[in-house]
Ligand binder design. Structure first.
Ligand SMILES: C[S@@+](CC[C@H](N)C(=O)[O-])C[C@H]1O[C@@H](n2cnc3c(N)ncnc32)[C@H](O)[C@@H]1O
Length: 263
């Protein structure tokens, strides 16, 4: 995915802002080695570093890594695809904010790479779009595309249900400690053109095959269709639904049987 770096980080900085409490779930300790997977421009990476952990931000976009390096010169960043990255050392934790739902090619491969990067007992903590995320926005897009005689818009995301993602984590060698699936209506604070701006930033790939002269009217129709559900007096609100989890890499081999009284 080719990100519009400047637009993303200035106009839609709320993606980073909403990740803030995730650092508490991760609870990085001084000296711990942590990966921030899909780090983008590095805002969440910097929060982890502030807790004293040694953090490596990994992102598939060279533009994002360039931006992150410029904004946080003291931190380590690397270009890498989450489906196939490797590390030369074991990490204590892997964290990921608002990125796993963009890694659509093979979610199990991403989980396998995270597993490989962690020491036994290491933590995998993340937040991503969950089942039902942006349902109104997506419905408005699908209707508008149909009205304009276009095929189904190609949507670049993977929004799993909690049951599905828990199964993937367990099958991938993790014990799930916490899993939340919650609605998180989120103000589109900066974009003046509501749902249309949202599509331009987050669903740009769906616009790739749309004739340029059709884009304006098509997005105006998306706005009309989405407005009844998402436009409030105070402004536009995105119908976000988030999946948040904390999992632990299972120890290698079978755990010894504890001795003591029976329950
Ligand atoms: C919405 S941004 C989130 C960035 C950051 N975590 C934050 O909280 O602001 C999603 C990021 O995932 C990255 N990404 C998407 N697919 C990826 C992949 N397969 N491997 C690595 N990074 C990927 C994108 O380049 C983008 O920077």
């Amino acid at each position: 995915m080719n990100w519009a770096v400047t637009t993303y980080d200035t106009a839609f900085g709320y993606v980073s802002a909403h990740g803030a409490p995730l650092v508490d779930l991760l609870d990085p300790q001084p000296g711990e080695k942590v990966i921030d997977l899909g780090c983008g421009a590095g805002a969440f990476t910097a929060e982890i570093a502030e807790r004293g952990a040694e953090v490596l931000g990994i992102d598939g976009s060279p533009e994002m890594i360039a931006q992150a390096t410029a904004l946080h010169p003291g931190l380590s960043f690397a270009i890498g695809d989450a489906h196939c990255f490797t590390t030369s050392e074991s990490f204590d934790a892997v964290a990921s904010n608002a990125a796993l739902h963009w890694m659509t090619r093979d979610p199990d491969a991403v989980i396998a790479r995270v597993h490989e990067a962690l020491r036994p007992g290491g933590r995998f903590v993340g937040e991503l779009g969950g089942a039902g995320n942006c349902a109104e926005l997506i419905a408005a897009m699908q209707t508008a595309w149909r009205v304009f005689g276009l095929g189904e818009p190609e949507l670049p995301w993977y929004f799993p249900s909690p049951a599905e993602y828990a199964t993937r984590l367990e099958d991938g060698g993790f014990t799930v400690r916490l899993l939340e699936h919650a609605e998180r209506p989120t103000r589109m604070v900066e974009g003046p053109d509501g749902a249309a701006d949202w599509v331009r930033v987050y669903a740009r790939s769906a616009l790739a095959d749309v004739p340029p002269e059709m884009v304006g009217p098509l997005l105006a129709r998306v706005n009309e269709l989405a407005a009844p559900a998402l436009r409030r007096e105070s402004g536009w609100v995105a119908d976000y639904v988030r999946l948040r989890f904390a999992a632990v890499r299972k120890p290698d081999g079978s755990a010894p049987m504890p001795e003591g009284p029976q329950l």
